[in-house]
Design a protein around this ligand. Structure first.
Ligand SMILES: [Zn+2]
Length: 408
């Protein structure tokens, strides 16, 4: 199969062709043969995009599959132009050791989803690393689920056995969360200082235990210089940012939308939102990762935190490209290449992240001249809503190729 159009390649954007052989990219060039799918200049062809922070809510307990499962999360991902995801471990039966992790893998396999789903293992008080390489997630303080630490000393002691592992941190200091717990609203109960303090601690741990560190859903502008400095000093740390922290600030919260606009970490000030956009543009932030958190609207109204974002990933990316003037190459890095680099060590069968020979034959095609208004009836997530309903993005997902076949 040959696909032709404006390719976003590691060394630039240019018109060309990609040839697939089975589920792998066999060749990239100018004239490889007759095209099967051709896209005009209104579209950009990216390597298949990856979202390395989602909550599919599916595990052996099936206690939360009324709001999402691996199949509906996979459908929502493809709907949004996302061809691989990484799923967080804060399930009712959390994957924290060989047996529970393998059980979740078997459960995932039984769902027979078309996309690659990389599973994180959880780190909780006293856990030990698995006997095979996996990415780990640590919740410093309470969020959704029971997998968290009460003190940073406890976390330090546990991390000592994870030397050299890939560890992602949810950066909110549990002690500061506790001392702010009586504030009047969600944002003030989880103030920026919680994230800054947790960032300092996470960076110390990454250095101390030689971790491949990742900071999740970054949201505080004042934390960015710490990350920049750490990277400059050669620390192995990367950083995610979500669509909601790039698009909304706490000034957008009203009495009416408070339920769906609550998440952990919470929405911050406008100056923080601007800092996240600049951080993603200039390279302090490395991934657009959604923290896709499908809860029902009734649950959100009762104070459960998180927003679903998989269905709208590609449309949101066109906002970064068109409205915020991100270069196509920077988008390729934060949506495809860096997510690929993150999951590739854990995936034996495919290589994600680039339009290049040997990489998986999956592509995300975005049309920058075909606006889309987000509507509930077009969503595939089981929770059935999007914070972006009614919002018109300047472009949309034109096509998705998955493992050598067109699927959207
Ligand atoms: Zn999360």
């Amino acid at each position: 199969m040959i696909i032709e159009g404006k390719l976003v390649l590691p060394d630039g954007v240019r018109h060309g062709q990609v040839r697939f052989e089975a589920n792998t990219i066999a060749e990239v060039g100018d004239s490889l043969g007759t095209t099967d799918y051709s896209f005009d200049t209104s579209s950009l062809i990216f390597a298949g995009m990856g979202d390395i922070h989602i909550h599919a809510r599916d595990d052996l307990s099936e206690r939360q599959t009324y709001k999402e499962d691996f199949r509906t999360a996979s459908a929502a991902a493809l709907n949004g132009g996302v061809i691989h995801v990484a799923d967080m471990p804060n399930n009712p039966t959390a994957p924290i050791d060989d047996a529970s992790y393998r059980a979740k893998c078997d459960h995932l396999a039984s769902r027979e989803v078309p996309i690659q789903i990389t599973l994180y293992a959880g780190i909780g008080p006293g856990t030990k690393p698995l006997s095979f390489p996996v990415p780990y997630k640590v919740y410093m303080g309470p969020s959704v689920g029971d997998l968290f630490f009460h003190t940073l000393e406890e976390l330090d002691e546990t991390l000592a056995s994870y030397q050299g592992c890939a560890v992602s941190f949810h950066c909110e200091d549990p002690v500061l969360l506790e001392s702010n717990k009586n504030a009047a609203n969600h944002e003030d109960r989880r103030p920026p200082e919680c994230e800054i303090s947790a960032t300092q601690f996470a960076l110390q741990m990454i250095e101390k235990y030689d971790l491949k560190g990742k900071l999740c859903h970054y949201s505080v502008g004042k934390g960015l210089p710490l990350i920049r400095e750490a990277k400059k000093n050669g620390l192995d740390v990367t950083c995610e940012v979500t669509p909601h922290h790039l698009f909304y600030s706490r000034e957008d919260i009203t009495e009416k939308n408070r339920g769906p606009m609550q998440m952990n970490p919470p929405l911050r000030r406008l100056e923080d939102r601007r800092a996240m956009l600049e951080g993603l543009r200039e390279g302090t932030l490395d991934y657009l990762a959604t923290d896709h958190a499908p809860h029902t609207l009734e649950e959100n109204a009762k104070g459960v935190s998180g927003q679903p974002h998989l269905d709208t990933y590609g449309a949101f990316v066109t906002w970064l490209l068109v409205e915020k003037k991100f270069s196509p190459q920077r988008i390729a890095e934060v949506c495809a290449e860096n997510p690929g680099k993150f999951v590739n060590p854990f995936c034996k069968t495919k290589k994600f992240g680039r339009i290049e020979e040997g990489y998986v034959a999956s592509l995300t095609v975005l049309n920058l001249q075909k606006p889309v208004t987000i509507a509930r009836e077009n969503l595939k997530t089981k929770c059935g809503w999007s914070p972006f309903e009614g919002i018109t993005f300047p472009g949309s997902v034109e096509a998705v190729f998955l493992d050598g076949a067109i699927v959207r």
